[in-house]
Write a protein that binds this ligand. Structure first.
Ligand code: SER
Length: 317
């Protein structure tokens, strides 16, 4: 049985991925790490350690000591926050990835790496509907530039050193367990909390802003599916497009109103509007479907019902 390390286990993706990986591979085989403490189920359901991925010495010791075979590196500064601290965000996003790629190159036991990319690798000169896998890529955000550079490094380490690194260009991810932090697609999570807490929401994107989104269970399933796929089937070694559903704030508002009829929304676009306007509205994921069987189960209606129920439970309302 492989030993698996998750970096960023307290984050939006990590806090759900760790639980799923532990169910599949056994708690003792999934080593959760983060720069900070994680939710109780993550810290108690198997090994957990506070670890800074920027510290390459600590990282390599951990990987050797625990005989790690697979690494999921999820720690990153997201798009909105990265615009506020560009040089720091660049350093964190790039240096952490380089540390992981170097470790995977040096330590023979490390067989596979997962690293998330994003729709942010695209920019305003990219075709915005049904954006193909191979397209013009001129990202205008620090986050997008770091993800595009990261993709090129992943491809480079695969070709040059045979490092088996796998990646998805996630669309916006919608989840109820852990809130995202500092992203442009975060509105699509915040809107549910505010609908339940205050029956009103101040949206930082305009009503017609269409972005691709995916419900977290679909994202977790896709991530593990890609990592479990037979290596010989994979034709993309930068990062796979995965689509999801194109959603606007107005559509989410209307869907939530089916259950909270008095829910009102005001639109006050901020600096993140320009970021959203530079990203695809929908993404062509044909290659992911062919290579390793990507499929999406949840649509807007199903997702909205689950989000509202779960958040109501969580907030005890
Ligand atoms: N969801 C991310 C963000 O908004 C994009 O990958 O920053």
């Amino acid at each position: 049985m492989d030993n698996i390390m998750v970096i960023g286990a307290a984050g939006q993706i990590g806090s759900e991925l760790v639980v799923e990986l532990r169910m599949r591979y056994g708690g003792e085989h999934v080593f959760a790490t983060d720069i900070k403490q994680a939710p109780p189920d993550i810290m108690e359901g198997g090994p957990f350690q506070v670890l800074d991925v920027m510290d390459d010495k600590q990282l390599i010791h951990f990987i050797i000591r625990h005989k790690i075979n697979q690494i999921y590196h999820l720690a990153a500064v997201l798009s909105g926050n990265a615009e506020k601290l560009p040089t720091q965000a660049w350093k964190i996003n790039m240096d952490s990835l380089m540390n992981i790629l170097e470790v995977a190159k040096m330590v023979e036991e490390v067989k596979k790496v997962f690293w998330p990319s994003s729709i942010a690798v695209f920019g305003p000169t990219t075709i915005r509907r049904n954006t193909p896998q191979l397209a013009v890529m001129e990202p205008i955000t620090v986050y997008g530039i770091s993800k595009l550079a990261g993709e090129r490094w992943c491809d480079y380490y695969y070709n040059k050193f045979g490092v088996d690194v796998r990646s998805l260009r996630y669309p916006g991810l919608i989840s109820y367990k852990t809130e995202a932090g500092g992203g442009t697609t975060d509105y699509a999570v915040e809107i549910f909390y505010e609908a339940i807490r205050h029956a009103s929401y101040d949206c930082f994107l305009g009503e017609g802003t269409s972005l691709p989104m995916l419900f977290m269970p679909d994202a977790i399933k896709a991530t593990i599916q890609l990592m479990e796929a037979d290596r010989s089937r994979l034709t993309i070694h930068s990062s796979y497009n995965i689509g999801g559903m194109s959603i606007t704030p107005a559509q989410l508002h209307k869907e939530i109103q089916k259950q909270i009829p008095g829910f009102s929304i005001r639109y006050n676009p901020d600096f993140r509007q320009a970021i959203a306007d530079s990203w695809p509205q929908s993404v062509d994921d044909t290659i992911a479907r062919i290579d390793w069987g990507f499929e999406q189960k949840y649509d807007l209606e199903m997702m909205t019902k689950i989000m509202l129920n779960e958040i109501k439970n969580k907030l005890n309302t």
